[in-house]
Design a protein. Structure first.
Length: 405
């Protein structure tokens, strides 16, 4: 792969600088599909809770790339077992792993028929500027990059670096999200993690001397999930959005003309796989404009009200839900107060476990012991072993706050 005449650098609050020396990486950053990530916020509705959480998928993707680059260039164990083509492939996978995300990130997937991972693969392999750039360097490169993201690459080490229990994706977003939310929950020692990573039998392991840092990393993930990612206020925003789309889908099915003035939503309302061009046009600017049009112009009072709640942060209230019987009580209470529970009630359930090795231990975190044996993390750390069974289940019902007045 061609090198740039000089290393390009971009300032970054988490990594200091993002460094790019490969021309194919720089060319991919300049594509329209990657530039679109500037218009997709990393944390979706979380900025309705933490007002400084305005960072983008663009910044996060560069951060993931930078961590992968450092793994390759600074860790001799990793560098020695990968050839130059594999190194470029995995750096590109880190850079491009999120290009299929829709507006408001995971909330988009509630109303989409296809996951962001599948859209990512479609962009890399399909009719896109990214495909053109990759194929111009090597006709096999688009498929090889996509296969890493899909967990199908024959060299499992590449996939582990991008998507596992200890990967560049998580390493970046924990630190970045904590920084931009102004919290300390996601803090852990990235430098120590990178220094203690080794390769044994084709998989990433961590030296026993770095186990306390990994424990901090595990607990950082757990606390970030409950304090940031699954915060009930951001879930309230997503609940309203889900109900707005539910109402739009109902009206569109009855009469497509009722939603014709909001073409930015039409492909979703038709419940089909989006083309790359259609996904490209879907960003948070377009969704925000669409919500505002509904708020001002819709002839349907439910759509108009739900859109107003999104635009002006008139969010639903919430309570922890303990039983089906209690859910039925909320349904009747909401209905009896003049609201349609189909659109003014939302039940959301989430489960978070600090650490859970994947099936057959494929993506577990492995520890290289002082005697050169390898143990799965929970077998080497009493702390991790103790918290593995402490997963929290949180089920909440969301409803209009004014009902409590």
């Amino acid at each position: 792969m061609d090198k740039l005449e000089e290393v390009k650098v971009m300032r970054d609050p988490i990594h200091g600088y993002i460094r790019v020396s490969e021309k194919v990486i720089w060319d991919c950053i300049g594509t329209r599909e990657f530039q679109r990530l500037r218009r997709i916020e990393q944390l979706g509705a979380t900025n309705r809770v933490y007002h400084t959480a305005e960072h983008s998928r663009f910044a996060h993707s560069l951060g993931v790339y930078e961590i992968v680059r450092r793994m390759i260039e600074e860790n001799t164990d990793i560098s020695s077992v990968l050839n130059d083509y594999e190194k470029v492939t995995v750096m590109l996978a880190g850079l491009l792993h999120d290009i299929g995300h829709g507006p408001f990130s995971h909330a988009f997937e509630r109303v989409s028929s296809v996951s962001h991972e599948e859209y990512t693969s479609r962009i890399i392999r399909g009719d896109s500027e990214i495909y053109g750039v990759l194929a111009s360097y090597d006709p096999n490169l688009p498929n090889d990059v996509a296969s890493v993201i899909e967990h199908k690459h024959p060299n499992g080490l590449l996939t582990q670096m991008i998507s596992s229990q200890l990967d560049a994706d998580r390493m970046d977003y924990l630190l970045r999200d904590a920084y931009f939310t102004g919290t300390s929950y996601g803090a852990y020692d990235l430098e120590r993690v990178l220094r203690t990573i080794r390769v044994r039998d084709g998989k990433l392991v961590v030296k026993e001397s770095g186990i306390h840092t990994i424990e901090d990393y595990i607990m950082a993930r757990y606390h970030m999930y409950w304090q940031v990612y699954l915060h009930p206020i951001s879930r309230s925003y997503e609940a309203i959005m889900a109900n707005l789309f539910k109402r739009m889908e109902y009206l569109h099915e009855m009469d497509p003309d009722t939603t014709a003035d909001y073409p930015m939503f039409t492909p979703l309302l038709e419940k089909r796989v989006l083309t790359n061009d259609e996904l490209f046009d879907m960003d948070e600017y377009a969704f925000g404009y669409g919500f505002n049009l509904i708020r001002k112009n819709s002839g349907d009072p439910i759509m108009r009200d739900l859109a107003d709640r999104l635009i002006n942060r008139r969010l639903f209230d919430y309570e922890t839900l303990y039983s089906v019987a209690k859910a039925n009580e909320y349904y009747e209470w909401i209905r009896d107060n003049g609201y349609d529970p189909d659109y003014y009630m939302f039940i959301d359930e989430n489960v978070a476990v600090p650490y859970r090795p994947y099936s057959h231990g494929v993506n577990a975190i492995w520890v290289l012991m002082h005697d050169d044996s390898v143990k799965e993390l929970s077998k080497a750390s009493p702390i991790v072993s103790a918290v593995m069974g402490t997963g929290t289940n949180d089920k909440k019902v969301f409803y209009p706050k004014e009902l409590n007045d």
